[in-house]
Design a protein. Structure first.
Length: 302
């Protein structure tokens, strides 16, 4: 693996290798000194043209836990404000010493473009509504920890599928690992063409809940235009939000997931977000070890 741009770059064995390595790094992170010297002298650049809390900070924590240095690029305080291009920005970072690039950008394909310009490996930290591969890996790790394996799991992905890079990455990763995925959404939030997706589709959350092992709620992507096509966020929450009453419709050992950031009261009520059956913070925690595993494999460390 030279880059990680999409879950389609990985087959099942490669995904399982990364999850196994991530589980080993989870143990490292529980030590008194949660650090290994593996990447001493290497430098990771986080190049985020879109806002992020979880992805950027967990990549930076992961790099430091591997003893790498971090260059944290923020466009608003950079020469991008003077008109510098994406290409000149990443070439400048590489000339400054970056060995690996984590790229988030609003444009589909931006990380792939960067991979064509720089010599080092590139990790896609989210490109438009296209892909967010490390989110899918950390979600798969979280499910593997809870259920042992994904084979046969019934996962309902709920909400703004049309605009969600998380949905696209997770459908691919979950089905490669043997899960069955159902998309649950109002029709305006579904992609126009679903023929490429190995999924079933439902328009009713309440019909689906009793047969799900996992209900995975997506954030409504207002910034990608979802707001105006819904009557209101309140009405969306009434039909497709997870609340206490709907939690009780799930099988007893089913779990609730959300990639974050959460709009409490829209996709999920505050009491459900904080319920013991919610894995939201397990997902965040697993982001660090998962990203350690990806960085480690891409830099060829041993
Ligand atoms: N899940 C996720 O990508 O969160 P951030 O936007 O905070 O990185």
């Amino acid at each position: 693996m030279k880059h990680l741009l999409s879950i389609s770059d990985l087959d099942r064995a490669e995904i399982e290798d990364l999850l196994t390595l991530a589980a080993e790094f989870s143990s490292v992170l529980e030590r008194d000194i949660p650090k290994v010297p593996t990447l001493r002298g290497r430098t990771i650049a986080t190049v985020f043209f879109e806002a992020s809390t979880r992805t950027r900070l967990s990549f930076e924590r992961a790099a430091k836990a591997l003893s790498a240095d971090v260059m944290s690029f923020a466009p608003g305080t950079s020469s991008v404000t003077k008109g510098e291009s994406l290409k000149d920005t990443v070439l400048t970072l590489e000339a400054t010493g970056a060995d690996l690039f984590v790229v988030r950008h609003e444009s589909v394909g931006a990380a792939a473009r960067v991979a064509g310009w720089v010599n080092g490996p590139v990790i896609n930290g989210g490109d438009g509504a296209h892909q967010h591969p490390t989110q899918a890996l950390l979600d798969a790790l979280t499910l593997r920890q809870r259920f042992g394996k994904l084979d046969g799991l019934k996962v309902g992905i709920v909400g703004d599928i049309a605009n969600s890079r998380v949905a696209r990455s997770n459908i691919d990763a979950f089905t490669k690992l043997g899960a069955q995925v159902e998309l649950i959404a109002p029709s305006p939030l579904l992609p126009v063409d679903l023929s490429a997706f190995p999924v079933t589709v439902s328009g009713s959350l309440e019909d689906s809940l009793p047969h799900l092992d996992v209900v995975y709620l997506l954030r409504v992507q207002i910034e990608r235009g979802s707001g105006p096509i819904l009557p209101s966020l309140a009405e969306y929450g009434l039909r497709f939000g997870m609340n206490r009453q709907r939690l009780q419709m799930l099988p007893a050992d089913a779990v609730v997931m959300h990639p974050g950031p959460i709009n409490r009261g829209v996709e999920i009520t505050a009491d459900v977000a904080d319920d013991p059956r919610s894995l939201v913070l397990d997902q965040v925690q697993n982001g660090v070890s998962t990203r350690m595993a990806v960085i480690f494999r891409l830099l060829g460390a041993s």
